[in-house]
Ligand binder design. Structure first.
Ligand SMILES: Cc1cc2nc3c(=O)[nH]c(=O)nc-3n(C[C@H](O)[C@H](O)[C@H](O)COP(=O)(O)OP(=O)(O)OC[C@H]3O[C@@H](n4cnc5c(N)ncnc54)[C@H](O)[C@@H]3O)c2cc1C
Length: 318
């Protein structure tokens, strides 16, 4: 099986979801048997990818590919997949991928198994997709022939990526006949004070257990002491106590920090789906049966209003 992972970048800076996709593609190649190459549209991104374990890094440069352009991306990938006889294209499930990859799938008339959260390698390749707001996982067997798969942020850990050394191969494509009648508008700008929780290493997340808005200060103090970002479950945002960009979960951000503190959060699936990829999960909840304990690495059964100030004090004095 010939596997190609597409590395999304902006001005040479690789999208973190693409790093995770490379890690996932490496695992597919080793468990299902296959050769793995990477493709990117930027020379410095290509250079960076040579330090990962891939057989070669394909580089396609064209001014039409310097910034996002769905029709040019589709044509480039169509040509490269055909010329290189690629069986499986792997991508991170970014906003851009959602936009242009279905068109590529239709153009090549091959399936696109999108937004997968993992894979199984028994009896061929099977993708795992989360369905019904994360309540169930569905196994989707990859049919014989060619396919495209995208992986959700957090499906693989970026730090599980294998290092290696490969060289860059330039792959020119002819794009002069591509129409430019789909042009992206200006990039969506996050609200001025928004934070990108997906990049945070430490997240202190608060749930309805905080009780009232005035109690939030103790959580802010803890977050400050840890040098972390403040986040929350949905009820805290719905109540207007924190900004909507701080919400973690299926209708908020997906996060994969090194440390996630879940304070007064019950563990509803819509929340868990956005943070279960965190490396260390510390839970404080007064209900020993709260479902969030099922995914906790460390758990404390107790009252957050008592424990948080003491924890902050200890951290500050340490
Ligand atoms: C379509 C849809 C999308 C959704 N998207 C999201 C989403 O993106 N993110 C999200 O978070 N939710 C989302 N939800 C809501 C989700 O279903 C839950 O309602 C929500 O996650 C619950 O938040 P919570 O855990 O803070 O509150 P609760 O479920 O009310 O839990 C509060 C917890 O705090 C504990 N507690 C109370 N007081 C204390 C105390 N003093 N000390 C310690 N523990 C205490 C309780 O034991 C309880 O476990 C969505 C729902 C739907 C239908």
């Amino acid at each position: 099986m010939k596997i190609l992972v597409f590395v999304q970048q902006e001005e040479g800076k690789i999208n973190p979801v693409s790093i995770e996709a490379i890690a996932g593609a490496q695992q597919i190649a080793s468990q299902c048997g296959g050769s793995l190459s990477a493709l990117t549209f930027n020379a410095s991104a290509a250079e960076a990818v040579t330090s990962y374990k891939v057989e070669e890094v394909l580089l396609t440069e064209d001014t039409a590919l310097d910034t996002y352009s769905p029709l040019h991306f589709v044509k480039a990938l169509q040509n490269i997949m055909e010329a290189e006889s690629i069986d499986l294209l792997v991508l991170g499930h970014t906003y851009e991928a959602r936009d242009w990859v279905p068109r590529l799938s239709a153009r090549l008339d091959i399936p696109f198994i999108s937004d997968s959260v993992g894979f199984k390698s028994k009896n061929g390749l099977t993708l795992v997709r989360s369905i019904y707001q994360g309540k169930f996982n569905a196994d989707v067997a990859v049919p014989e022939g060619k396919s495209i798969v995208s992986f959700q942020s957090g499906a693989f850990r970026a730090d599980s990526i294998e290092s290696g050394s490969s060289s860059v191969k330039k792959v020119p494509v002819e794009l002069s006949d591509v129409s430019d009648n789909i042009r992206p508008g200006e990039k969506f700008q996050e609200a001025e004070q928004s934070v990108d929780l997906s990049q945070a290493e430490v997240i202190v997340s608060i749930g309805r257990g905080i009780g009232k808005e005035e109690n939030l200060q103790i959580v802010k103090d803890l977050s400050g002491a840890l040098g972390g970002e403040l986040a929350s479950s949905r009820p805290v945002v719905d109540a207007g106590w924190l900004e909507s960009y701080r919400q973690v979960g299926s209708s908020g951000q997906s996060v994969t920090p090194k440390l996630y503190l879940a304070l007064g959060i019950s563990g509803a699936i819509q929340h868990v789906v956005g943070m279960k990829g965190s490396k260390n999960i510390v839970v404080i909840n007064k209900d020993a049966n709260a479902p969030i304990f099922e995914i906790a690495d460390y758990g404390i059964v107790g009252d957050i209003l008592e424990i948080i100030p003491k924890l902050t004090e200890k951290i500050q004095s340490a």
